[in-house]
Design a protein around this ligand. Structure first.
Ligand code: PHE
Length: 338
């Protein structure tokens, strides 16, 4: 009997289950009603009285050992299971579905072109105060220029609004740094406009700003020419038309030759051969001053373009509302995962 107990305790100690089934087998073999330990208790009845005490102690120790070992193994096994779930490198990768939104694709493409020229990405808040959205940008108080951009006001005095353009980021960057400044600021903007195929109350812009000594309109033209050729193709032509923005002087709007019809005339360019893509100009000295940059020393240019408009041209989309409706039939046509 003693030998049997010693042999079994050896077996128990050596037991190292690899899965739940082996754990179950162990339980059945040693501890179930007809298992080895309960049968030893049966045999115990035949043990002569003088040996009972020692054998009894050994038998109880064996039973305890089996229980403890079972519990420890189960615990260890649980740990292995949970670890396996976390780091099982053999599991197949979760399949990646979906793609980027066309606005994200176009925004990223625009950003990378300007990043190659040394522009860095800047960001600003979508909820803006009057100073950053208007006043610092040379929109005079009560001047009709403020009506150019129908504004969603959130609070009055002080005026807090959803930014109507990304030009507010210009102000924030100039306030915080001295030239040379070369930033590109993509982001959402909001205007209180009736929603139609060509206008929406929410859209995206990319703002560009370059401030340094001796920056001229020629620098602006060359930078935008480079951008147009990189984005729309090497045969793209550009033209500038005089325009007005309170924060730039001289101001212009830039057209690119229609890359759908190659300038011959189509519905996208309304048979003109040209598509307007951005507003730009030399930063007004008043703006530099409002941002604590000395206009006697520094000059600069700025430009701002609507991302939806460029995406519409790139993908020949004729209704701006499609960008905001999240219709899978529309979105699934854009499969870029990078
Ligand atoms: N902020 C102008 C707009 O929203 C675009 C612009 C930016 C024009 C920078 C000139 C310079 O229409």
């Amino acid at each position: 009997m003693k030998e049997k107990i010693i042999e079994l305790s050896k077996q128990i100690r050596q037991f190292d289950p690899q899965n739940k089934q082996q754990l179950e087998e162990f339980k059945i073999k040693f501890l179930s009603k007809k298992g080895m330990i309960p049968s030893l208790f049966q045999e115990f009845k035949q043990v002569p009285p003088e040996e009972r005490k020692t054998i009894g102690i050994l038998l109880n120790e064996l039973k305890q050992l089996a229980h403890e070992h079972l519990e420890a193994s189960a615990l260890k096994f649980e740990e292995i299971v949970s670890q396996t779930v976390q780091i099982d490198t053999s599991l197949p990768a979760a399949s990646i579905t979906g793609g980027r939104h066309p606005i994200s694709i176009v925004s990223r493409d625009i950003n990378t072109i300007f990043e190659r020229l040394g522009f860095v990405i800047a960001e600003g808040p979508e909820i803006e105060d009057d100073f950053h959205n208007f006043t610092a940008l040379n929109f005079p108080e009560e001047h009709p220029a403020r009506d150019m951009q129908d504004t969603f006001f959130i609070a009055k005095s002080p005026d807090i609004a959803l930014r109507t353009h990304t030009s507010s980021v210009q102000v924030r960057v100039m306030e915080q740094s001295q030239p040379p400044i070369r930033i590109i600021a993509p982001g959402r903007v909001f205007r209180n406009e009736a929603i139609s195929a060509r206008a929406h109350c929410i859209f995206h812009q990319v703002e560009g700003l370059y401030i340094d000594k001796d920056v001229s309109f020629a620098d602006l033209k060359q930078t935008l020419f480079y951008f147009a050729r990189e984005f729309f193709g090497t045969n793209t032509k550009i033209r500038f038309r005089p325009s007005y923005f309170p924060f730039t002087e001289t101001s212009a709007e830039m057209d690119v030759s229609c890359n759908i019809c190659g300038g011959k005339g189509c519905t996208v360019c309304k048979y003109s051969g040209w598509v307007e893509i951005l507003g730009c100009g030399m930063v007004d000295p008043n703006v530099l001053e409002a941002c604590n940059i000395n206009p006697e020393i520094y000059s600069g240019y700025a430009f701002g373009m609507g991302i939806e408009r460029i995406a519409m041209m790139k993908y020949q989309i004729n209704d701006l509302r499609l960008f905001f409706e999240n219709d899978m039939r529309f979105l699934s046509q854009f499969s870029s995962l990078v």
